[in-house]
Design a protein. Structure first.
Length: 63
């Protein structure tokens, strides 16, 4: 892995993070409000699940 790969991955994360608020600002706002009411443990579990899914996806792509 080189630095260009890392910067490209960061750029893709920013693009994907910006898609939902761009396409559906109202839906994004509702999602954030719902997340604000979720217990911390549930948010941590969701975050962990997303990270694990990302690692698995990355491993599948790199092989």
């Amino acid at each position: 892995m080189n630095w260009a790969d890392l910067w490209a991955a960061l750029a893709l994360v920013l693009i994907l993070e910006g898609l939902l608020p761009f396409v559906s600002p109202r839906g994004y706002r509702n999602m954030v409000q719902q997340m604000a009411t979720m217990p911390e443990k549930m948010l941590r579990n969701v975050g962990l699940g997303l990270m694990l899914a990302g690692v698995v996806f990355l491993l599948l792509l790199r092989d």
